[in-house]
Write a protein that binds this ligand. Structure first.
Ligand code: G3P
Length: 222
């Protein structure tokens, strides 16, 4: 179950609605909406839930983070090979809530790639997007940190971050995702008009009283 564009990735973070039985119910709603709409919907889950969700949800699943450590004595690390063996298709790298230094980003990209994972490199601004795209991840996802979890979307508050990031990845042919505060079909549609290949979002879906209804609206914007 590979990722394809246009794409919506829902990051379940550590929201109460995003793990265990509640999280898989949400992923199954995503599977139903993907089926109805033909859109590609994927979830970034906790390492704990990854195996179950990958096999039982019906959507592609990514890790929220992996550690570029070798196999061996690294207690508590999330090993890319183990993530792939659990059935995940890919991983986020350098999410705003799990930031890495550039040398670690490079090591993690290369390790995740070797493990067969699709890489989604998260960036905070246009400069980091340009630098990150040069490392050839499979996707770059730009998210202005100050808008994450808020009510105003990147498409409305910082449209230039999307268009400038689209320009920044053009030379390397890396599809650009964007996110932060995305909650509506209009937010998605604006991002797509600005050249995004998809959306990375969390609270707009995970915290919604009726996530399936929100998902049905969001896919209309793709
Ligand atoms: O990973 C997605 C994220 O950081 C954006 O979060 O809640 O603003 O959609 P949110």
């Amino acid at each position: 179950m590979a990722l394809r564009t246009p794409l919506i990735i829902v990051n379940l973070k550590t929201y109460p609605q995003g793990y265990g039985d509640a999280g898989i119910a949400l992923c199954r709603d995503m599977a139903a909406v993907a089926e109805e709409s033909g859109a590609c919907l994927a979830a970034a889950t906790s390492a704990v839930d990854l195996r179950r969700y990958a096999h039982k949800s019906g959507i592609p699943v990514l890790a929220q983070h992996v550690d570029a450590v070798p196999t061996g004595a690294y207690t508590g690390a999330v090993l890319p090979e183990a993530v792939a063996a659990a059935g995940a298709v890919g991983t986020l790298i350098n999410h705003a809530e799990r930031q890495l230094e550039w040398p670690t980003i490079e090591a993690t990209l290369s390790h995740a790639r070797k493990a067969g994972l699709t890489t989604v490199l998260c960036t905070a601004d246009v400069e980091a997007t340009a630098r990150g795209a040069a490392l050839r991840p499979d996707y770059v996802a730009v998210e202005p940190p100050e808008l994450i979890g808020g009510d105003i979307s990147v498409s409305t508050a910082r449209p230039e971050v999307i268009s400038d990031s689209v320009a920044a990845v053009a030379g390397s042919n890396v599809p650009l995702l964007c996110g932060a505060g995305v909650k509506t079909q209009v937010d998605v549609a604006k991002a797509m008009e600005l050249g995004a290949a998809g959306i990375l979002l969390a609270s707009g879906v995970v915290k919604a009283p009726k996530p399936r209804t929100v998902l049905e609206e969001l896919v209309q914007g793709l």
